[in-house]
Write a protein that binds this ligand. Structure first.
Ligand code: ADP
Ligand code: ZN
Ligand code: ZN
Length: 729
């Protein structure tokens, strides 16, 4: 039995006292059990004949909550696999996989109001009745088109005023109203529109993946933004649906990819579940139930959807597989949904397709090793030339407010030619620093090793790391002199562009503008309609949106990331530049990309400009091999945080000592304080474990972690293990 506790083990229970003939608990079923003084919901992992505990110490299960397992075999297998691979208590992995209400015991079967035609109703309809009441007639026709039954939800879609007609038909005895398990209601699964005829590379990709089904195989679908990857997902989805299978599509952030969800809805008339972190508990439960019952044929979701209980799984797609948001790097279970998607595909025996314009180096390495098949889309449909990239040397250019003269002139030129312009800056707010020019005081965050960002419109100083928010002071708190914002954020660039291009409609997209659902849609609408001519934004603009009339992209500052201590920083920078550059010239007009930098000779930028992302990736992989960083070695990070620096470091030193001499091929590095040691009032530090091979690393962790758990440290800390950490700090 897996129970949600930090203990790394399963618990044995006796079967419940059940009436004769009642079903016994099976793996995947939820049960209520006594646990200490509490009663908890647990999941049956296996049924055993014997226990290590003496029988008199075993307690019986109190109640079996499911008639059918809430988790089918492959979902259960994935959970077990995750617990072993990430060295995490299986009960807590389950807690990450199940919606909160399911963990509290909510039933798996969704019921809802349902209207069904009676025999008399069918006869009447066949005879052309009712002749006068057209709304009732239309309702009957609608029901017939759905096989004679529909939920209230369907009927509402059919007509807003359906209820009166339904009541009238009920009185005539032609309809009956019931409360049904929703999975019993027939749902059409149809392709609404066929889609464009495929380009040869697309057709080849579809055929290769489709012919792998119904077996496991992993594919990388590589193609720049606009090259037709989504079209390939749609075709393969149609193909899997036609085989009676369900499809799981993982995306980085739902809020940022409204167009993708829209395209699946446009293409398929089939129940679709959307699972993401902004759902309420009830919405999440509803989505999970629709998935579990097989009612939802397509499940679109962010990282935790990798655990969604799809029956008859036929295909997994991971869009933008390089995206860092697939990695859960906080909280209890730290996992990579991209990696788990591949594992799940293997456990379920289905193909998995990883799509990206800028594949992660891990994935490219898997291609090189022959584990993944690379499929490439080289052309953009209806257009041939990729955008032209140029560096602007900030050291020799006239720069005003962060924008070089060259960039200003280019913006002017593209606006005059009726193009739209995208300006990218990965820093939100007005300015990253508030400075006193008299005494040199810089507004610091009291809780973090960080500066506060000026937000002028909100008249506040905010910390982007802990969320601290203070009013913007007019004078220096230290000497009383006037203070001034230094440096640029998107808010300031928006203001500067507004002054420079009066009368031009400017839109902004960053986390400050996007507060509610629908805010992104509004910005997208303004750009798509041509109302806005310039869009200034952060990382958010690199994701998912299609603005065919953007002809110029300006990257204001490419230099953050060039000299980071994190070995993955160059990869992230190259991906960002290529992704944002890919927003230019997606329509018929050719695109131009200007990248402002103080380091135009930096080898990374040079290789990117001369040889594209491929050339960059090759060079970057060679560097990783040289330094034996992943994917040429395996990493795990033991992270600790405490009230003092000494607490965090002290715990990790004790942990390191407890490890003794590590086996050959395995190195312990650290502990060291995190690059930003103090965050939200806590001090962070980490100890890295590096291994050439995977198995010795896991053997080492298996032996080491139980000791750490039992260890009564002299330090009060929170600690967590991160296997395959994505960010090193
Ligand atoms: P990606 O997912 O790689 O960004 P999309 O699949 O969204 O690319 O394709 C970009 C645009 O091109 C979309 O508007 C899409 O409808 C269109 N498109 C895709 N494939 C074709 C094709 N074979 N013929 C014509 N248009 C296509
Ligand atoms: Zn001062
Ligand atoms: Zn802070």
């Amino acid at each position: 039995m897996a129970v949600d506790t930090p203990l790394r083990r399963l618990f044995d229970y006796l079967p419940p006292a059940l009436p004769a003939g009642a079903a016994q608990p099976r793996p995947g079923m939820r049960v209520r059990v006594p646990f200490g003084r509490r009663r908890l919901v647990g999941v049956v992992m296996a049924v055993a004949d014997a226990s290590d505990l003496p029988p008199e110490r075993l307690k019986p299960i109190l109640e079996v909550l499911d008639a059918t397992p809430a988790l089918e075999a492959s979902a259960l297998a994935l959970i077990q696999w995750s617990a072993e691979y990430y060295h995490h208590p299986v009960g807590q992995v389950l807690a990450s996989a199940l919606p909160r209400l399911m963990r509290l015991g909510a039933g798996v079967v969704a019921t809802g109001e349902c209207w069904t035609m009676s025999g008399a109703g069918r006869d009447a309809a066949a005879a052309g009745e009712p002749r006068r009441a057209l709304k009732q007639r239309a309702l009957l026709d609608f029901l017939i088109s759905r096989g004679g039954a529909a939920t209230a939800e369907h009927l509402r879609e059919h007509s807003a005023s359906w209820r009166d007609a339904a009541r009238a038909l009920e009185k005539r005895g032609w309809l009956t109203r019931t409360q049904e398990a929703l999975a019993q209601i027939p749902e059409p699964v149809r392709v609404r529109t066929a889609g464009p005829s495929l380009l040869p590379e697309q057709r080849d990709a579809v055929e290769r993946v489709a012919s792998a089904a119904p077996d496991y195989a992993a594919f990388l679908l590589e193609g720049v933004t606009g090259s037709g990857k989504t079209e390939v997902y749609l075709r393969l989805t149609g193909e899997a649906l036609a085989r009676g299978r369900t499809v799981l599509v993982l995306v980085p952030e739902i809020g940022l990819t409204p167009q993708l969800v829209g395209r699946f809805r446009e293409r398929f008339e089939a129940p679709l579940a959307v699972l993401h972190s902004a759902l309420t508990d009830h919405e999440r439960l509803a989505g999970w139930r629709a998935t579990w019952s097989g009612r939802a044929r397509i499940v679109l979701g962010t990282r935790s959807a990798v655990f969604a209980p799809l029956p008859d799984l036929g295909l997994i797609v991971v869009d933008e597989e390089h995206d860092a948001s697939f990695k859960q790097h906080e909280g209890a279970l730290r996992y990579s949904a991209r990696d788990l998607a591949v594992v799940r595909a293997r456990l379920a025996g289905v193909p998995v397709l990883l799509g990206s314009a800028t594949p992660s180096l891990e994935t490219l390495h898997n291609v090189a090793a022959g584990r993944y098949t690379r499929l490439r889309l080289l052309r953009r449909p209806g257009e041939s030339r990729p955008p032209l990239l140029k560096l602007v040397d900030l050291r020799v250019s006239a720069v005003e407010g962060g924008i070089s003269t060259q960039a200003t002139l280019a913006i002017e030129r593209h606006l005059a030619a009726d193009g739209q312009v995208l300006v990218f800056l990965n820093r939100r707010g007005y300015a990253p620093t508030l400075l006193c020019t008299a005494c040199g005081w810089i507004a610091p965050c009291g809780e973090c090793d960080a500066r506060l960002t000026v937000h002028l419109a909100a008249s506040s100083l905010r910390c982007h790391h802990c969320g601290a928010d203070a009013p913007l002071p007019a004078r220096c708190p230290q000497c009383g002199f006037a203070v001034k914002p230094v440096g640029q954020g998107t808010e300031r660039i928006e203001a500067a562009l507004g002054t420079r291009f009066p009368g031009v409609n400017i839109a902004r997209l960053d986390r400050d503008v996007v507060r509610r659902r629908g805010d992104v849609d509004e910005v997208v609408r303004r750009m798509s309609s041509g109302e806005a001519r310039i869009l200034i934004g952060t990382q958010m603009v690199t994701k998912g949106h299609d603005f065919p009339n953007v002809t110029l992209v300006v990257v204001l500052n490419a230099d953050q990331g060039l000299f980071s201590t994190d070995f993955r920083a160059p990869e992230r920078l190259a991906q960002t530049i290529v992704q944002v550059a890919g927003r230019a010239g997606r329509g018929a007009k050719p695109g131009e990309v200007l990248i402002q930098t103080e380091f135009p000779q930096h080898p990374l930028l040079v290789s990117l400009l001369e040889h594209g992302y491929d050339g960059f990736a090759e060079a970057a992989l060679a560097e990783r091999l040289e330094a034996s960083w992943p994917p040429f070695s395996r990493l795990a990070a033991l992270r600790a945080s405490g009230k003092t620096r000494e607490a965090a470091l002290g715990f990790l030193r004790e942990a390191r000592a407890a490890a003794g001499t590590p086996p050959r091929g395995l190195k312990l590095l650290g502990p060291v304080p995190a690059a930003m040691a103090k965050r939200a009032g806590r001090y962070h530090a980490q100890l890295l474990i590096e291994s050439r091979e995977r198995p010795p690393l896991h053997r080492f962790l298996d032996a080491w972690l139980p000791g750490l758990e039992a260890h009564k440290s002299s330090q009060r800390v929170r600690w967590a293990l991160d296997v395959d950490p994505l960010e090193l700090f």
